[in-house]
Design a protein around this ligand. Structure first.
Ligand SMILES: [Zn+2]
Ligand SMILES: [Zn+2]
Length: 133
């Protein structure tokens, strides 16, 4: 079981299926939609996916023909991408609340990648914000 919700908590979904593969997508439309270096996605079976709260607050944007990016119209969180003619829905993993056992398996659309982001770069990490002292 995988559960997810938007930033404001209005929209919630549940997936009654095992985890799918985890992929980082660097395509330009993902970068723009999420205003981030990439979007992390996981395909799950459509017939195992259900909205459990707030479906009426979903907005959607057709970023390419037949591809609907669905988001909470109150807080803007992107929750899934959906091509209604396909058997899977793409979860946007940043909104998943469940513990995820899998780890990313690939980066796709690196040809569209932000020039300021290098996945191989080694940079300092801090548990929270930049330390003040
Ligand atoms: Zn929301
Ligand atoms: Zn993408």
């Amino acid at each position: 079981m995988i559960e997810g919700s938007c930033l404001c908590g209005t929209v919630r979904y549940r997936v009654d299926a095992p985890e799918g593969p985890i992929i980082h997508c660097h395509c330009e439309t993902c970068r723009k939609a999420h205003s981030a270096a990439f979007s992390t996605l996981m395909p799950v079976p459509r017939n195992a996916f259900q909205w459990i709260e707030g479906e009426s607050h979903l907005g959607s944007y057709e970023s390419s023909p037949g591809k609907l990016r669905k988001f909470c119209s109150l807080c803007g969180s992107h929750l899934v991408a959906d091509r209604p003619d396909q058997p899977v829905i793409l979860l946007r993993l940043g909104c998943v609340d469940s513990e995820i056992a899998g780890r990313p398996q690939a980066s796709i659309w690196r040809s569209d990648g932000a020039d300021w982001y290098d996945p191989a770069a080694s940079i300092p990490e801090f548990p929270k914000g930049i330390p003040s002292s």
